[in-house]
Design a protein around this ligand. Structure first.
Ligand SMILES: NC(=O)C1=CN([C@@H]2O[C@H](COP(=O)(O)OP(=O)(O)OC[C@H]3O[C@@H](n4cnc5c(N)ncnc54)[C@H](O)[C@@H]3O)[C@@H](O)[C@H]2O)C=CC1
Ligand SMILES: CC(C)CC(=O)C(=O)O
Length: 367
């Protein structure tokens, strides 16, 4: 990849490569856009096949966070970190301490949280070195694991998408095919089961599947079979790029609504599912519950306030559908339009010089 060319094309501000030989830390922090405020986005730890693959993931995820935070109405920009390594084998305390110091060095331009492969315990270690971390333990007055909040937001957004597709937002009796039953999807399945939806699940982790079968009466299928199952709603809750040339022809669902980031392999796949009449709830709008929850920590965490904002993901998804209809465009384009309009409006509103500019972190420092 020609990094500067890529950064210029998609307007990235900064990319940081962080290494610490002793602990084995190899991290890439990508900061996409800080127009709305400091960049907030989680840290993913994953066994990437190459540094190129890790860089691409960091960049794509960071840009997604700019759009996610803007669309969710947060006063935050977009960034993300990837740590190269196996989260089951390669973690150690020194690694997250060293990483925390790199974040501190950015002096508030980037704030981190959990993502795939990292946990509340990891965030607590980072917190030893920097204040610019969220999703830390409730014992520190914080919001803890963001996954249940993400799941609740996806559930709310799925209901809005069901209303669009089926004329009612009730999920009772609806068949939902869930790909990946990890941290987020476990809680999503619980909400769906409580409402009377029928679940079909898959995961490469057999224990995760067994738990969903036992607790929610889910039917299990092999990972490769999930795309083609007879269902009303497909909920991608594993990794990105799963709406692609191979999977689209298999899909039977009328709705796609799940937590995974970057679900469309390429933008054109969003056009194809639109032409097929599938109602797609754009990933970064529907999965914003976690970031809304952790962002509330910056004001002094209040669960009730955070949950109220997460409920509104239903309305945000409806807004996207309305823009899509108004402008006769696919929903993924409508979501981008909604986010970009907010960023541009705020860029203009905040353009005049202020000697001591005020932003979200000045409140946090004052406490
Ligand atoms: N945790 C959170 O609060 C948020 C998560 N997300 C996104 O949601 C997705 C899931 O996140 P988590 O639940 O936190 O991660 P997780 O790692 O707990 O769950 C993912 C699950 O997918 C399974 N999986 C991986 N590859 C698979 C495959 N090919 N087929 C079937 N299953 C497979 C894994 O075994 C795991 O159980 C990720 O894309 C993440 O970026 C987005 C916003 C917030
Ligand atoms: C997990 C969240 C707290 C933030 C994030 O990185 C995301 O929403 O993807």
């Amino acid at each position: 990849m020609e990094l500067f060319k890529y950064m210029e094309t998609y307007d990235y501000e900064q990319v940081l490569f962080c290494q610490d030989k002793e602990s084995g830390l190899k991290a890439i922090i990508a900061i996409h856009d800080t127009t709305l405020g400091p960049a907030l986005g989680g840290t993913r730890m994953w066994m990437y096949n190459s540094e190129e693959e890790a860089l691409e993931d960091a960049l794509r995820l960071a840009r997604g966070m700019t759009y996610k935070n803007a669309a969710a109405g947060l006063n935050l920009g977009g960034g993300k970190t990837v740590i190269i390594g196996d989260p089951r084998k390669d973690k150690n305390e020194a690694m997250f301490r060293a990483f925390g110091r790199f974040i501190q060095g950015l002096n508030g331009r980037y704030i981190t949280a959990e993502d795939v492969g990292t946990t509340v315990a990891d965030m607590d270690i980072i917190y030893q070195e920097t204040d610019y971390v969220t999703g830390i333990s409730p014992e520190f007055g914080s919001s803890g694991n963001p996954s249940p909040a993400t799941a609740y937001g996806v559930y709310r957004g799925m209901k809005a998408a069901a209303k669009e597709a089926f004329g009612s937002d009730s999920l009772e009796g609806k068949v939902v095919a869930v790909q990946g039953v990890g941290n987020v999807a476990y809680h999503l399945c619980r909400h769906l089961h409580e409402e009377g939806a029928k679940l079909i699940v898959t995961d490469i982790n057999k224990e995760a599947v067994a738990r969903a079968v036992e607790e929610f009466g889910a039917k299990a299928v092999d990972p490769n079979d999930i795309y083609g199952v007879e269902c009303d709603i497909f909920a991608p809750c594993a990794l990105g790029g799963i709406i692609n040339d191979q999977t689209i022809p298999q899909l039977k669902a009328k709705v796609i609504a799940g937590s995974a980031n970057n679900q469309l392999k390429e933008p054109r796949h969003g056009d194809i599912i639109h032409e097929m009449g599938i109602v797609y709830a754009p990933d970064y709008v529907i999965n914003a519950g976690g970031v809304i929850n952790v962002a509330d920590e910056l004001y002094g965490y209040n669960r009730e306030r955070a949950m109220k904002k997460i409920e509104q993901i239903y309305d945000n998804i409806e807004k996207v559908f309305a823009i899509a209809k108004r402008d006769n465009i696919p929903t993924y384009v409508a979501a981008d339009r909604m986010a970009e309009e907010r960023i541009e409006t705020m860029r203009k509103a905040r353009s005049q010089f202020l000697q001591n500019g005020h932003h979200i972190l000045s409140r946090r420092r004052a406490r």
